[in-house]
Unconditional design. Structure first.
Length: 656
């Protein structure tokens, strides 16, 4: 295998990787697995770093260089390669953000700028949300997570190799040790990616095996392959594995997991083939894309953010302009930032190089930290715009404490006095109206019992497909058992059930559930049976589904107000009923069978045939589908019905 200073196959693989990622993030149909481009980058980084580190370690072992000097030069070289373009990107975004972002978004950008430049953004994002959530498009520096993973690998890998080489100065033993580390990381990824998806996607321990795979290719494939046909065959199979992953995988799979081995092996095969004259990787276009790949990667996501900012993410002309902007910005960054900075910094002595980088870092980090500390400088915007954006935070202040997320046990928070007055059961849509329910309690001695869990519909007996599904089944079964031990008090049930049952769209289409008639029959019967089981012990109120908006309401309306553009966010009643027809019918059936009562929010959220995202100029949602405190308060007249006329006990209640 050739090992020249510059390899066209590696540069061509960079082109494949960056194009895959860009097509995926721009939402181009047919490239649903384009996120595997990051995995290709990881393998390439591991391969290249192994060559650099092994050469340095051998110099240290021979006494030609001290370990400290080797590490200092290695880290500085990596910083010269990565930091200049990243610093410019962050600085430009912070400047543009002053005029274009809400206080919340600007504060978040300040925080993310600091974590990106400290190369810990992957840790930050793993704690905030899942990579494929829609909120991803509100985080302009989300893509820097992969740079953080690589930098953390750069920090640890040379130290680990130095220690291993000192303990056992043998390339064979070093290879075995690194293979052991890679296997451990791979097993961690395979067996926990579904259970801990955010950690698995963002954090180095779950990703290390991909970088180590590249290092192992360097260590094991040391000689040039004999036979052009063998080289061509390996390259074609490798590219086919990468391309197949890009075309056939999608974001519903647990990632990285075992499937990540497909593009990783594909990349390894192309590296082993080592062809320097291939039309698959060596064309002029591929070489240009490869050279600019880092800057293209840096700038493509802010361009995608811009498309979403102006609500143009589905406009073909805007998308085409986005591709052009990405290419132009990527080339400008490569030509006028990456290359001059790398060359210029390489001429500086070691200490001067570090000093220059430190000064540049502080010049961007300090203002970004100030923006974060000053809550995004809300005074730079008009009070009207600030009020619209503020609805994104206008939600139950005890939500994180009381609304169950992940594997936490049910906290059973209470709102109000010492005596049970009403129970609220459901998912985050129920959690959003808890404080509005509290406001209709007829006696200050009474309280609301909060039984809400993220993503858990109140349906018992459903077959679980994921660890979260298992926890939801356990949660509903717990509620069925526990409620029989509680004093009689009304039970209010609210769920975003349409996300599971709408035949046209919905997040849960990514699960293994099949949407045939048997599925709907099963869900309907179990929903009714679960509701009636609760109705045996107390009055039950089913709330009709809350209308869901097509966009994040406060963000969309706030940006429109910021730009002086009139904008309305709403859906037609026809759209609402089309999405929720199944749920309404199931709720009506439950009312017929066991006397549960129906609470309808539409008269309070919809006017003139449309369900509104805002009233009186202010949003009533804190995102696209959860009511804010303002929105919940619009339902107070509906919620008063719970206590004004208690329902007559059903036959099941009377006989129990």
């Amino acid at each position: 295998m050739p090992s020249p200073a510059f390899r066209t196959d590696i540069n061509g693989l960079r082109a494949w990787a960056v194009v895959s990622v860009i097509l995926f993030h721009f939402g181009i149909s047919g490239f649903s697995g384009g996120f595997v481009g990051v995995d290709v980058f990881f393998v390439l980084s591991g391969f290249l770093m192994a060559g650099i580190v092994l050469a340095g370690v051998e110099k240290v072992a021979s006494g030609k260089q001290t370990a400290g000097n080797f590490l200092a030069n290695f880290y500085l070289a990596r910083a010269r390669r990565i930091l200049p373009a990243l610093l410019v990107l962050c600085a430009v975004l912070m400047i543009l953000g002053w005029s274009a972002l809400s206080p919340q978004e600007y504060r978040l950008l300040g925080r993310h700028t600091v974590t990106a430049l400290a190369f810990v953004s992957n840790i930050r994002f793993s704690r905030e949300f899942g990579y494929f959530d829609i909120d991803a498009h509100q985080k302009i520096l989300l893509h820097t997570w992969s740079l953080a993973v690589e930098w953390q690998f750069y920090l640890l890998f040379p130290i680990v190799v130095l220690v291993l080489w000192r303990l056992m100065p043998s390339r064979r033993k070093l290879t075995l040790a690194l293979a052991g580390f890679a296997l451990g990381s791979l097993l961690l990824s395979v067996f926990t990616s579904a259970t801990y998806p955010e950690r698995a996607f963002f954090l180095l321990p779950w990703r290390a095996w991909e970088l180590l795979a590249g290092a192992l290719v360097f260590l094991l494939a040391r000689t040039q392959l004999n036979g052009r046909s063998t080289q061509i065959g390996l390259e074609i199979v490798g590219i086919a594995l990468i391309l197949g992953s890009v075309l056939l995988l999608d974001s519903s799979v647990a990632w990285p997991g075992w499937r990540a081995a497909i593009p990783v092996v594909g990349t390894a095969l192309v590296l082993v083939a080592g062809r320097q004259d291939s039309w698959l990787t060596g064309t002029a276009v591929a070489q240009w894309l490869g050279r600019c790949s880092y800057s293209l990667y840096l700038w493509h996501w802010p361009v995608v953010f811009g498309l979403f900012y102006f609500d143009l993410q589905k406009d073909p002309v805007a998308i085409a302009c986005g591709f052009f902007a990405t290419a132009a910005l990527g080339w400008l960054s490569y030509r006028f930032v990456e290359t001059p900075a790398r060359v210029g910094l390489s001429r500086l002595p070691l200490r001067a190089g570090y000093a220059a980088i430190l000064v540049a870092l502080l010049a961007v980090i300090v203002p970004s930290e100030v923006v974060k500390m000053r809550d995004g400088f809300p005074a730079r915007l008009s009070p009207e715009v600030v009020a619209i954006f503020a609805e994104a935070r206008n939600k139950n202040p005890r939500f994180e404490e009381c609304h169950v997320l992940g594997q936490k046990a049910v906290p059973e928070c209470i709102y109000g006095g010492p005596k049970l007055g009403v129970i609220v059961l459901g998912d985050s849509h129920a959690g959003a109206i808890i404080r509005s329910v509290e406001k209709v309690l007829p006696d200050p001695e009474l309280h609301v019992l909060d039984w809400t869990r993220a993503g858990c519909r109140t349906i018992s007996g459903m077959k679980p497909n994921t660890p979260d599904d298992v926890r939801c089944v356990e949660f509903v079964d717990y509620a069925l058992r526990k409620i029989e031990t509680l004093p009689e008090a009304p039970l209010v049930i609210l769920n975003r059930t349409g996300i599971d049952t709408d035949p046209h769209e919905g997040d849960m289409t990514k699960t293994a559930r099949k949407r045939d008639q048997a599925f709907y029959d099963d869900v309907r019967e179990k929903l009714v049976a679960t509701t009636c089981a609760f109705a045996r012990t107390r009055p039950v109120y089913l709330v009709r589904p809350i209308p869901e908006m097509p966009v994040n309401v406060p963000v969309t309306l706030g940006r429109a107000a910021l730009l002086g553009i009139p904008r309305e966010v709403s859906i037609s009643l026809e759209e609402y009923h089309q999405r929720h027809a199944f749920v309404w019918a199931a709720q009506d059936l439950a009312a017929q069978r066991c006397g549960v009562k129906i609470l309808d929010p539409l008269p309070y959220l919809c006017t003139d045939g449309r369900c509104r995202g805002a009233f009186d100029g202010l949003p009533i949602y804190y995102d696209d589908d959860h009511l804010s405190e303002r929105g919940g308060n619009r339902l107070i007249p509906m919620l008063r019905q719970i206590f004004e006329e208690p329902p007559v006990a059903s036959e099941q209640q009377q006989s129990s």
